[in-house]
Design a protein around this ligand. Structure first.
Ligand code: SF4
Length: 371
């Protein structure tokens, strides 16, 4: 693991300028370190312009849109930052296939053709077979189906791929081993090294997209960025057929979660992180969720982000205006975390157009892939 705080504070303006003058989109750990250093903050505007140019060159003036569909909030883990952690006592919910389709129909009616199936670690109910069956039923409505669920084996990922799921997002949460153990004390997720191998399993199963990320707020953001860079570089070299995407989930308020324990990074540093990774990885997808507030999201699509969610609900049944949206007492379902950008998908698409980009609801068809 690269040590960062000490080194990043030693970076000077010549190091930053050298990094900025290196070929756009090329990676080295030293370059990334220079671009995320405190010294680089003075160059942020210039770096952001370079990142914008590079993103437009590689991705065109387009922003992809997707929606998450939460399937279950039963969980056997107790991650201390998450509203779904098993110690939280409230009425849990899991969607039957029929209920999930009902939710997906609402998402499809909003225009989405790219859907992310999300579940807590609820293997008993949200099994591989469940996900395969659901994917089979959604394939006619969505051109791109991905999952963000518990860690699986290569064989299980291969089954999902054969059923029409072509992307998997799975965050390491934090690359800082000590901090990882602090937040994941029990359950299958407590094994740091096992989790670190997940992206390999995903790639070996032939998945087209691998989403990686760190939960921003658990450890030092500079250390997380350097580790993300190394992880992405390794995956790109080794599994060149899969596309690697970065996500930037900053921790949000969640039920019974003590936020005072977190180490938040500022908006400015979030911009710096995105821009620095773009300048090191020209072809990486950059994903931003509705965790972030509207104004910031509007600005970030200008500096490297390629894909955003919109109109998201982060509880199972959250899209339905029917009984699915509440528990048996009539209370709203507990969310994994609170979202900030509450605009409708149409409003987000309009904002993207206003910035001179084309909102893309579909840029891929799973029928292109030979399984
Ligand atoms: S982060 Fe995931 S695994 Fe951990 S408690 Fe939340 S839903 Fe469960």
């Amino acid at each position: 693991m690269i040590s960062t705080q000490k080194h990043s504070s030693e970076v000077n303006s010549s190091d930053v300028e050298r990094a900025m003058n290196s070929p756009a989109g090329s990676y080295s750990p030293e370059k990334l370190l220079a671009l995320i250093s405190p010294a680089a903050e003075d160059y942020l505007e210039e770096m952001a312009q370079m990142a914008r140019q590079l993103t437009v060159q590689r991705f065109g003036k387009t922003i992809r849109l997707y929606a998450p569909l939460y399937l279950s909030n039963y969980c056997i883990n107790n991650c201390l930052y998450c509203g779904f952690n098993k110690e939280n006592k409230y009425e849990r919910r899991r969607l039957t296939i029929e209920q999930a389709i009902e939710e997906a129909d609402i998402i499809a009616a909003e225009g989405f053709r790219d859907i992310l199936l999300v579940s807590s670690e609820d293997r008993e109910f949200i099994s591989t077979d469940y996900l395969c069956e659901l994917a089979g039923k959604l394939r006619g409505k969505f051109s791109s189906i991905s999952v963000e669920v518990y860690q699986m084996t290569t064989e299980e990922y291969a089954k999902l791929f054969a059923a029409g799921i072509e992307g998997v997002t799975l965050y390491q949460e934090t690359y800082d081993r000590n901090v990882y153990h602090k937040y994941h004390q029990a359950g299958p997720k407590a094994d740091y090294d096992h989790r670190l191998g997940a992206a390999d399993s995903i790639a070996q199963a032939g998945m087209r997209e691998i989403g990686i990320g760190a939960l921003l707020g658990l450890s030092d953001w500079r250390l997380e960025t350097l580790a993300l860079g190394e992880h992405a570089h390794y995956l790109m070299k080794r599994y060149w057929k899969s596309r690697v995407s970065f996500s930037f989930p900053r921790l949000r308020p969640a039920k019974n979660v003590d936020r005072t324990q977190f180490r938040f990074l500022s908006d400015k540093n979030l911009v710096q992180m995105i821009v620095a990774l773009r300048l090191c990885f020209a072809d990486a997808g950059m994903v931003l969720s509705t965790r972030e507030r509207a104004e910031l999201r509007d600005n970030l699509i200008e500096v490297g982000v390629t894909k955003v969610s919109a109109g998201s609900k982060t509880s199972p049944g959250g899209y339905s205006q029917t009984a699915n949206a509440v528990d048996s007492t009539g209370s709203p379902q507990v969310e994994q975390f609170e979202i900030d950008d509450t605009r409708s998908p149409a409003e987000v698409a309009e904002m993207i157009r206003a910035h001179g980009f084309e909102p893309v609801w579909k840029d891929w068809d799973s029928a292109f892939v030979k399984r």
